[in-house]
Design a protein around this ligand. Sequence first.
Ligand code: URP
Ligand code: ZN
Ligand code: ZN
Length: 462
Amino acid sequence: MKTVIKNGTVVSDSDCLQADVLIEDGIISEVSSSIAAPDAELIDAKDKLLLPGAVDAHTHMDLDVGFTRACDDFFSGTVAAAAGGTTTIIDHMAFGPKGAYPWHQVKEYHSLADGNAVIDYSFHGVLQERADDRTFAEIREIAEKEGITSFKLYLTYDMMLHDKDVFAVLNEAKRNNILITVHCENDGIINYLRDRCGEEHKLSAAFHPKSRPPDAEAEAVNRMLYMAECAGEAPLYIVHLSSEAGVREVIAARKRGQKHFGVETCPQYLVLNDSLYDDPCEGLKAIMSPPLRKDSDRFCLWEALKNDILDTVATDHCPFTFKEQKQRGKDDFRLCPNGAPGVEERLPLLFSEGYMKKRLSLPQLVKYVSTNPARIFGLYPKKGVIRPGSDADIVIMDPGKSYTLTGETIHGNADYTCYEGIGIKGAIDMVLLRGEVIVRDNKFLGKKGNGRYLKRGISSLC
Ligand code: URP
Ligand code: ZN
Ligand code: ZN
């Protein structure tokens, strides 16, 4: 099957080029100034932009948090992703049962995603509680057999790793070209402050950000960067950076000459601020970790993106319903499931708040949402670029359209969006996954189970 997209502007992480794109059997076969293909189905993209399908390296579909599960499974969550121009996700596995080793969750996640996902997908492995010889043997085997070349650890939460194990993991990762992704917050600070909130009956949503201050993030970012350096520059990827204090640690490491690390931020930390917690009821919608910060943090993160100090923008999509699941925290924020939806809003928000507001160039936008995540997580050039030989994952954007984000029209199972009422300049016309149109005018046209599992290669950070 052949498709030709004519008259559009193809955007890469380095430039914008007026070009036609020929697709044969799901793969891009030609990108050039004028392609004649009379036997191909024609898509006219005049005045439109062609972006490589976005890659979201941080989602939590069907996440089991013990007392409940994230309300999007791999079907509803990937439909939402597709509607927002994301054609690949790399999902962060939940912790397994106490005592579980890494293979346990790999098998569990295949049973959740296979046959359900509508876009292509991979997983980050998860490390919990300890790091011993069996953990390391399983990591090596999973990387080889499953193409899972990144593993996540946490510096807080019940099944976090302590520093000695973290350092052992980093040394092992360095030896085997495994990328370690980390949730950076200082567990001691958080638990002390949460206990104090309990003792002082400060339990409304407004105390969530106070119990997780920016310095708790900065300390953990600093610690991870130094530990990775001490392990001979073990490859490291810091997820969901939220604060100016955290950015300062990243800049310091770059100034020291540390190279083998990447840093992610998320749209919520760029677009929203902690005033959302002022209303004790509505504030539950934004209970996530790290919490939303001040405007000064937001501006610093935008500046860091503009100056190429950060590497990716992912979503940390982890949705719970407001009417039911989030209400668990109404009398005590500590009981609220942590996380918020966002997989659908990422590309439109970055296009509108980033490119249209001149905070980012178009190549930078593509770099942050598509090319860099593909490179860092071993998917490039199959994903993350529109060029011959790559999968024909393409988003056709109309920069001339505008609309308002609302919970009524998003596709996932969450009953709200944190971005309610925000005006978006630019709209997605069409999304192609391996040459097939899966979204047109905000309607999902793909098929359950058509997403393919992706075995990934070695990270560009190794
Ligand atoms: O609040 C969040 N972000 N929930 C998902 C788990 C995590 O920490 O990434
Ligand atoms: Zn996290
Ligand atoms: Zn997360």
